[in-house]
Write a protein that binds this ligand. Sequence first.
Ligand code: A3P
Length: 320
Amino acid sequence: LHEDQNELSQECRHLMSSLPRDKGWVVNHLFNYQGFWHTTRQLQGVLASQKLFQAQQTDLFLVTTPKSGTTWLKAMAFAILNRDRYPCNNDHHPLLYSNPHDLVPFLELKLYVDNNVPDFTNFVSPRLFSTHMPYISLPDSIKNSKCKIVYLCRNPRDTLISLWHFTNKLRPKTIGNISLEEAFEKFCKGVSLCGPFWDHVLEYWKQSLEMPERVLFVKYEEIKEEPKVHLNRLAKFLGYPFSVEEEKLGVVDEILNLCSFDSLSNLMVNRMGKLLTGEDNKAFFRKGEVGDSGNYLTPEMIQHLDVITENKFIGYGLEV
Ligand code: A3P
């Protein structure tokens, strides 16, 4: 990831000098802005999005904390919205040739990154975007519009382990890996990309209770458990429900198959390709399972995470 400070705007540089900072997971520092931790590059993207992005009433947003299953959600939402234009049983489907991150762009990590001036002319309506921004940092034009938000949450144990693996892929060989103990400690303290993890989740959970027609809260584990139920729920919420005819024709299964971990991770584009922003596509596919954290975290670590989760979520009716 490029974290070159030369690319930062004057405004961002000025702001950063006044923000709390902590040692990052990759190389550079993380900065705390509006209660959440960002890399410099991401922070610049957040600021530019806040300043410049103009939401349309029909826009759709996919929101996650990093490593919660963003890639999967992007693939499913893209396939749902575009199924008339691109039937899933077609050999030319864009998901066969492009990584989901190149089809559904992040506001702060792609469209507004590095002072980029986005060109929206090729977007079809409804526009589909994604972001890791916490609710508090969303551009006002999103908060004040009717556009819909899908929030995908994953349990903190698996999210942490996924983030730890991902971080180690990004770290330069010369400095070696970040230890699990260090990653664990930082994650528990809240010092992780877009963390504190629990605050990020809770903000969107509250919004989904207050405005269920605008914010859909989905869990990675529940999609894994009942994929059909949740793909239907997602399609309905996005305003593109499956017809009885489509159900009969197997369209739901086709989308699930196309977007499955095995299918996406084995495509040439995802084995060999790179994102337009430079990351290896294969870094976004590791195991795609629920509970892999049990192979890494000690029982004490798991208990510690569970206590934090209980304390943070108590009284909100949220279980992860
Ligand atoms: P693991 O590291 O546990 O395997 P993100 O997309 O937010 O970066 O999250 C990445 C995580 O989602 C990784 O988890 C990755 O393997 C998993 N993932 C990617 N594609 C997936 C898919 N199609 N189905 C299920 N999980 C997927």
